[in-house]
Write a protein that binds this ligand. Structure first.
Ligand code: GLU
Length: 442
């Protein structure tokens, strides 16, 4: 069977980490099955949808390396929704309703007051033709509801939650179209899933009751019902849905020097029974990716964990993957010298400055100045200038440990700590190294 998944963001804002996670999992499902991953822009809400967000969604997915097979836009598919609407209306599955917001609100209050669930009472369904005509003569345009079939329980096997069962009588017939003709989410999404051959719908558990309704829509349209899976929501580390997570997106990650591979490694495992590991190889992540490992408890997003994964990923990154982002003149040897000392690629600039200079030297004691003079005179340039220099100095001065190494590091880099000197010294070069040692001796 062909596998097709989709990611269906509404372009009413930037993608946040929760959306990114859903996009990733759909991409992974498709990749793993060798199927298609559709980017579907849910832009039926003309007022809130913005082109700049569509562009940002594309840019974010591209940065994350989540290529999509094709792109669809709901705003260009209005004819398809209209056709499905007419078919379902003619089949008696869609009916007009005339209540105002206030009337509906009042009904809900009364029901709640009586301890009843606030389910739509289907009063509109009981209207006679004359009563409907009278409403319309009054100038009241109807909105439209999908009529749920109450005869049978709605059941499916959820890819994450297992057996799911809804009594349709406990659900309101959903409003699918507003009085002004515009669409609500429910029907267009189903029509798209049918027309685009979506075989697997994976989304957040906030959509579970929508799924119950949409399963009836698929059936009413005579279409096969896709497999559904609903993942537990992403929460902050304190266990609550946090406002911050709702605005945390690719821009913020990029600014903090978080690599896409770190986000992918974390989000592909978070909330599953598999350990979060700094795996930069997507094939490896795909191999172990399995909805069966997803837990039902909310997945906890922890910034510190992301940073740990990121540092470990940065420490594995090959030169080719970073070379376009390194400071001018920094070559492969430079990257390898500095790589273990950084937690983001951006931090290399600071260390690279030690190589290129200028550097600031600390005050040295008389004794250390003499030692640095000796070092400048001892310096020779072979395969391993640092090894040669330090063993010669150790021999000649009897210094060892900190007394042997620290003044040299300070004079050569201006710092008390940093990348391995054995790798750094060849990058500094003979001339500059001797000049720095001599300067320290002044
Ligand atoms: N636009 C909907 C949302 O962002 C899509 C839900 C779905 O995946 O069907 O919630």
């Amino acid at each position: 069977m062909n596998h097709t998944t989709r990611f269906a963001p509404s372009p009413t804002g930037r993608l946040h980490v929760g959306n990114i996670r859903t996009a990733l999992h759909n991409w992974m499902l498709a990749q793993k099955a060798g199927g298609a991953f559709i980017l579907r822009i849910d832009d039926t809400d003309a007022e809130r949808s913005k082109e700049e967000y569509v562009d940002a969604i594309r840019a974010d997915l591209t940065w994350l390396g989540l290529e999509w097979t094709s792109e669809e836009r709901q705003s260009q598919r209005l004819n398809a929704y209209e056709a499905a609407f007419e078919r379902l209306r003619d089949a008696g599955r869609i009916y007009p309703a005339y209540e105002t917001q206030q009337e509906l609100e009042l009904k809900r209050k009364v029901q709640l007051g009586r301890g009843l669930p606030p389910i739509y009472d289907r009063a509109a369904l009981a209207l006679t033709d004359e009563e409907r005509a009278a409403k319309e003569a009054e100038g009241i345009a109807p909105h439209w509801r999908f009529k749920l079939d109450h005869d049978e329980a709605i059941e499916w096997t959820d890819g994450v939650r297992g057996k799911a069962k809804f009594d349709p009588a406990q659900l309101s017939d959903p409003v699918i179209r507003r009085a002004n003709g515009s669409w609500l989410y429910m029907l267009p999404s189903t029509v798209d899933d049918v027309d685009m051959g979506v075989t697997q719908v994976l989304r957040g558990e906030d959509h579970v009751s929508n799924t119950a309704v949409q399963i009836q829509m698929f059936t009413a349209m005579g279409a096969p019902v896709p497999d559904f899976a609903h993942e537990a929501l992403l929460v902050g580390k304190e266990g609550k849905l946090s406002k911050r997570l709702g605005s945390l997106g690719c821009d913020a990650f990029r600014e903090r020097g978080i690599e896409p591979e770190a986000i992918i490694a974390l989000l592909s495992r978070l909330g599953t029974s598999l350990p979060v590991e700094p795996i930069a190889d997507r094939a490896q992540l795909l191999e172990s990716f399995d909805l069966g490992t997803f837990g039902r408890a909310p997945a906890k997003f922890d910034d510190a964990e992301l940073e740990r994964v990121n540092t470990a990923i940065v420490h594995q990154m090959p030169y080719d993957a970073v070379k376009d982002r390194l400071p001018e003149g920094m070559d492969e040897a430079g990257w390898h010298a500095v790589q273990p000392n950084v937690s983001t690629v951006g931090e290399v600039a600071e260390w690279w400055r030690l190589v290129t200079g200028p550097i600031e030297l600390p005050e040295f004691s008389d004794e250390d100045r003499a030692y640095l003079k000796q070092a400048a005179d001892t310096l020779t340039w072979g395969d391993d200038p640092w090894g040669a220099l330090t063993s010669a100095l150790k021999e000649a001065t009897g210094r060892k440990g900190k007394a042997l190494f620290l003044p040299l590091r300070q004079a050569l880099t201006g710092m008390n700590h940093g990348p391995d000197m054995g790798e750094l010294l060849p990058l500094i070069g003979e001339e500059k190294a001797r000049a720095r040692l001599e300067r320290g001796a002044l």
